[in-house]
Design a protein around this ligand. Structure first.
Ligand code: F6R
Length: 367
C-alpha cells in the first residue's frame, strides 16, 4: 500500500509530479496556451463583477491560500484577503454579492472552514471550494468546486494536497485573468508552458535527496530554528515551518525576512539554524541583507535559491541548495519540495512516527 516507500508521507511527496499533471489535465485547452475550467458555474458576467476575494482555510491549506492571493492579485488585480477559517467570523468580514469566497480544504470536512463558508454564503457571497474530496461536506455546500486531483492523502502532514492546491490556484488565477482581460494571451501562454514543466522539475529534485537528508540530520539535533523569506518565499517559509514542527517536533518560526530586526533578531545566537528562502529575484538583494544580519550573529544558515545565486550567497551562508528555475510566481510549487523532504528526514532522524504525529488528526471536524 505504501508502494515500496517506508512511509505514506514519502510516497505522497513522490506522487507530486503526477498530482500536478492530473490537476492540470483537462484544464488546459488543446492549444496548450489557455486555461479552461468547464466545471465552473460562475459566469463570465459574474467574474467581471467580482469586487473582492476572500480566501479561507486552515493550516497548510491556508498557506496555499497565501500563494493563491499573490497569484490572483498579480495576474487579475482584484483585492484578495486571506483568513484562517477559525478567525474569519470574528472580524466582521465585508461580504457582498460581488464577493467571491474561496475555501480551500484537502478533506472538505474541516469544521472551521465549513463554518466560515456557511457564514460567507449566508452573507450572499459566491463560494468556490478547492478540495481534494469530491463528495465532501464542503464540496456539497459550495456553489462551485475545483477538485484537486492529488489522490487520497494518508499521512497527517499534507504534501501533495498543498502543491495541488497551488496548481488549482494558478489555473484559477489564469482563468480569471483571461475572462477579465488582465493578461495578454502571450503572457498566459508563457505561464501555462512553465506550469507544464513543473512536474519534471519536481522529479529532478526528488531524484537527489541526499543533501537535504544530510542537512535534516544536522538540524534534528536542534530544538529551535528559523525560516526567513520575503514575498512568496515568506509564504513557503510558513508552510515549511509548519511541516517541520508538525512531524519533527522541532520548534521553528517563519519570519518575514524584513521583520527580524523588529524584535526576533534578539533570538539569533551562535549556531542557531536559519533556513533562508532566496528564490524571488525581485527581492533577492533585500533578503541577502537580512541573511547578513543573521550571519553576523553567528547563525548557521542554509539558503534555498537558484544555481546562479549560489556562489554569491556562499559568502554569507554555510550552505546553499539550488532548486530548478521557473517563473517567480510558480516557484512555491518547487521550493516547498526540499522543505517537505527536510521535515520528513528530520522526523525520521528523531525516531518519530512520521505519518501519525502526536496529538494530531488528519481531518479536524471540531471547531
Ligand atoms: C498540516 C495539515 C493541516 C491541514 C489543516 C486543514 O500538514 O495537514 O494543517 O492542512 O488541518 O485541513 P483540510 O485541508 O483538510 O481542511
Amino acid at each position: 500500500e505504501k508502494g515500496g516507500f517506508e512511509h505514506f508521507m514519502l510516497k505522497e511527496i513522490h506522487e507530486q509530479p503526477k498530482a500536478y499533471r492530473d490537476t492540470m489535465r483537462g484544464r488546459i485547452d488543446e492549444s496548450g496556451k489557455k486555461v479552461v475550467l468547464p466545471e465552473l458555474k460562475l459566469t463570465a458576467d459574474q467574474i467581471k463583477n467580482i469586487r473582492n476575494i476572500q480566501i479561507i482555510a486552515c493550516g497548510t491549506a491556508y498557506h496555499a491560500g497565501l500563494v493563491g492571493r499573490s497569484a490572483i492579485e498579480s495576474l487579475v488585480r482584484i483585492p484578495v484577503e486571506t483568513d484562517v477559517a477559525s478567525e474569519y467570523r470574528y472580524r466582521s468580514p465585508i461580504v457582498t454579492p460581488e464577493t467571491l469566497v474561496i475555501v480551500v480544504s484537502q478533506s472538505g470536512e474541516t469544521a472551521d472552514t465549513l463554518a466560515a463558508m456557511r457564514e460567507a454564503k449566508a452573507n450572499g457571497a459566491h463560494v468556490l471550494a478547492i478540495t481534494n474530496v469530491v463528495g465532501s461536506s464542503i464540496a456539497r455546500d459550495a456553489d462551485d468546486v475545483i477538485v484537486t486531483l492529488a489522490g487520497p492523502e494518508i499521512a497527517v502532514a499534507s504534501t501533495k494536497a498543498y502543491t495541488s492546491q497551488l496548481i488549482a490556484f494558478y489555473l484559477l488565477a489564469l482563468y480569471l485573468a483571461e475572462v477579465r482581460g488582465t493578461q495578454t494571451p502571450e503572457a498566459v501562454a508563457q505561464i501555462v508552458a512553465a506550469m507544464q514543466a513543473l512536474p519534471e522539475q519536481v522529479e529532478s529534485m526528488l531524484a537527489k535527496p541526499d543533501a537535504i537528508k544530510a542537512y535534516a540530520e544536522h538540524i534534528s539535533k536542534h530544538e529551535h530554528l528559523f525560516f526567513i523569506g520575503r514575498g512568496l518565499d515568506y509564504a513557503v517559509a510558513q508552510e515549511g515551518s509548519l511541516k517541520l514542527k508538525e512531524i519533527s517536533y522541532i520548534h521553528s518560526e517563519a519570519y518575514a525576512a524584513g521583520e527580524l530586526k523588529h524584535g526576533t533578531l534578539a533570538l539569533i545566537e551562535e549556531g542557531i539554524p536559519v533556513i533562508a528562502l532566496a528564490t524571488q529575484e525581485a527581492v533577492l538583494e533585500k533578503t541577502v541583507s537580512n541573511i547578513k544580519e543573521v550571519n553576523a550573529r553567528g547563525a548557521d544558515i542554509m539558503a534555498i535559491t537558484h544555481e546562479e545565486n549560489v556562489a554569491g550567497l556562499l559568502k554569507s551562508v554555510d550552505q546553499a541548495f539550488a532548486i530548478p528555475k521557473t517563473l517567480p510566481l510558480l516557484t512555491p510549487a518547487l521550493s516547498v519540495v526540499p522543505l517537505q523532504l527536510l521535515s520528513y528526514y528530520a522526523s525520521l532522524a528523531r525516531g518519530n512516527d512520521v505519518d501519525k504525529p502526536r496529538n494530531l488528526a488528519k481531518s479536524v471536524t471540531v471547531e
